[in-house]
Design a protein around this ligand. Structure first.
Ligand code: AMP
Length: 354
C-alpha cells in the first residue's frame, strides 16, 4: 500500500473545473497539486501549487512532471496511453490504465458493462454504412471515441439513409444504440480506496438539455430498490476495474424500473457536484483520499439538494445567486463566456426528506 501523507504532491492530468475542485479539496487536506495540461488559461491551474503547460506527447515535460509528484491522477479520461505509461513508470497512477482505457471508447465500455452484468440499451459497433444498416432503430449513433456532452451524436430515425448518415457522421468508428424511452436518468458515484473499501454516494437524478447536464436532484425520486441496485452496480463496476478513485455510472431508468447503464467516468462527475454542499465528505475529497491512499470518508448526505449548472451567459446571474439565502455558488473562473460552456454551478439545499 502506498499512502501519500498530507504535505505530498498530487499530479493532475487536465486543467478543467473538475481538476480545479479536486485541487481545492486536496489543498484543504494539506496536499499540493501540480496540474499538467496543454492550455495556459485553465481553471485548475489558477488554484494549484504548480503547473506544467505542455502537450500530452511532450516526454521531457512528462518526466519533469513525474519527478515532482508522489502520485498522479486525471480530471478527464482522454489522456493518451503513452503519457500515462510514461508517468506510471515513476509514480503510482490512480486510477490505473484499465479504467481509463475502458472509458475512452464507447464500444470497449459497453462490452465491459455487459461482461460484468450491467444491462445497456441494445447496441452494435459501427465501422461502415453496411454496419449501420443493422443498427437498432430508432436509435442514436455515437462516436466511439472523444465524444462528450452529447457531441458527436446523430439520431437514426425510421427509414434513415445509411450511406448519407455514415458520410455525415465522419468518424472512423461508432456505436449505434437503441433510443431508450426512459422515465429518468440517474447516476451513482462510487469511491474505491486502495484497500478495496467502497463508499457510494446517494443516487442523483439528472436532467439534460441538448445533451448537456442541466440539473441534478437528490433524492432522485425513484423507488428505493432501484436506487440501491444502481449503487451496487457502480460498486461492482469499480471493483471489476480494480479502480482506485471514483467511478461515476450513468443509467437510464425505464418505465418498468429496469436500469440500463449508459456511460462510466473514472473521475469526479458533474452529477456529483451536489455532494460539496450536502455531504460531510464530498466527491472531490473522496477522490483525493482514494488517490492518496487514505481511508475513505463518510459519504452520508445531510440535506436534500438541487444542483443547477450555469451555462454560458447564465453565469451573469451571480449577483442574484449571491443574494439568495441558502444558494451555494461555485464559479470556475473562466474568462471567456461561450454558449453552453460550463461556467459554474449553484446548489440549493433543503431539509433532508428521506
Ligand atoms: P451521452 O453522451 O451518451 O451521455 O448522451 C448524452 C445524452 O443524450 C444522455 O444523457 C441522454 O439524455 C441522451 N441519450 C444518449 N443515449 C440515449 C439513448 N440510447 N436513448 C435515449 N437518450 C439518449
Amino acid at each position: 500500500m502506498t499512502r501519500i501523507p498530507p504535505g505530498g504532491a498530487i499530479g493532475i492530468f487536465g486543467g478543467g473545473q473538475l481538476g480545479r475542485m479536486t485541487a481545492l479539496a486536496a489543498a484543504r487536506l494539506g496536499y499540493r497539486c501540480h496540474v499538467f495540461c496543454p492550455e495556459a488559461e485553465s481553471p485548475a491551474v489558477e488554484v494549484s501549487a504548480a503547473a506544467t503547460i505542455a502537450d500530452y506527447a511532450d516526454l521531457s515535460a512528462l518526466d519533469a512532471f513525474s519527478g515532482s509528484i508522489d502520485v498522479a491522477t486525471f480530471e478527464f479520461e482522454n489522456v493518451p496511453h503513452e503519457a500515462v505509461a510514461r508517468v506510471a513508470a515513476r509514480v503510482p497512477v490512480r486510477p490505473g490504465w484499465e479504467a481509463l482505457r475502458t472509458s475512452q471508447d464507447r464500444a470497449v465500455e459497453k462490452r465491459f458493462l455487459n461482461a460484468v452484468g450491467l444491462e445497456t440499451a441494445p447496441w452494435t459497433e459501427i465501422r461502415s454504412a453496411d454496419d449501420l444498416r443493422q443498427a437498432p432503430c430508432p436509435g442514436i449513433l455515437k462516436t466511439a471515441r472523444l465524444g462528450y456532452d452529447g457531441k458527436g451524436q446523430m439520431r437514426l430515425a425510421e427509414g434513415f439513409d445509411a450511406e448519407a448518415v455514415w458520410k455525415a457522421f465522419g468518424a472512423e468508428r461508432g456505436v449505434a444504440e437503441a433510443l431508450v424511452d426512459f422515465s429518468a436518468e440517474i447516476s451513482a458515484i462510487a469511491a474505491r480506496g486502495e484497500d478495496g473499501s467502497v463508499a457510494v454516494f446517494d443516487v442523483a437524478r439528472n436532467d439534460h438539455r441538448d445533451g448537456i447536464l442541466r440539473q441534478t436532484t437528490v433524492p432522485a425520486r425513484i423507488p428505493d430498490p432501484v436506487a440501491v441496485e444502481a449503487q451496487a452496480m457502480a460498486a461492482r463496476a469499480a471493483e471489476a476495474l480494480d479502480l482506485v478513485g471514483l467511478l461515476a455510472v450513468e443509467f437510464f431508468v425505464t418505465g418498468d424500473g429496469r436500469l440500463l447503464a449508459n456511460e462510466i467516468a473514472p473521475r469526479p462527475h458533474n452529477s456529483g457536484h451536489w455532494t460539496q454542499d450536502a455531504c460531510g465528505t464530498d466527491q472531490f475529497e473522496q477522490f483525493v483520499r482514494a488517490v492518496a491512499g487514505l481511508p475513505l470518508g463518510d459519504p452520508a448526505r445531510h440535506s436534500d439538494a438541487e444542483m443547477v449548472n450555469l451555462l454560458g451567459g447564465e453565469v451573469r446571474s451571480w449577483p442574484d445567486l449571491l443574494a439568495e439565502p441558502g444558494a451555494c455558488l461555485h464559479l470556475y473562473g473562466k474568462r471567456e463566456v461561450r454558449p453552453g460552456r460550463k461556467m459554474g454551478h449553484v446548489t440549493r439545499l433543503s431539509p433532508k426528506t428521506r
